[in-house]
Design a protein around this ligand. Structure first.
Ligand SMILES: [Zn+2]
Length: 115
């Protein structure tokens, strides 16, 4: 389920900084662009999107704390090997609902995350 993070923004912005291939400065703003086509200003990503992801995945009925720690750590690397947190959450949510159902855990509908 891992998809590669594709550095699209440097291709779209000819003045992009070649030394920051996975997010680039454009008119004073950093951005993270993912292969799923979602993109976030760097500040919004780390101040809002990633904390929301962590909050949502920590409420899963089948806890996966080590996996979450690895995923969150990966989002702090220069080379991110995952889709964006929103798309990843949607995939994990479906898996959690299936897992919880198989384990006979009572599952209320997990929260959706729309952009
Ligand atoms: Zn996405």
């Amino acid at each position: 389920m891992i998809q590669w993070y594709v550095p699209l923004l440097p291709l779209l912005l000819p003045h992009a900084n070649a030394h920051t291939p996975y997010g680039t400065r454009a008119q004073g703003h950093d951005a993270l662009v993912f292969s799923c086509n979602h993109h976030f200003p760097r500040r919004r990503f780390f101040d809002t999107v990633l904390p929301k992801f962590e909050t949502l995945v920590r409420s899963f009925p089948v806890p996966i704390p080590s996996t979450i720690a690895l995923i969150v750590d990966d989002y702090h690397h220069k080379l991110i090997s995952q889709v964006c947190p929103v798309c990843l959450y949607r995939t994990l949510k479906r898996e959690q609902e299936t897992l919880a159902k198989g384990l006979d855990k009572k599952v209320v509908q997990l929260q959706s995350w729309e952009l």
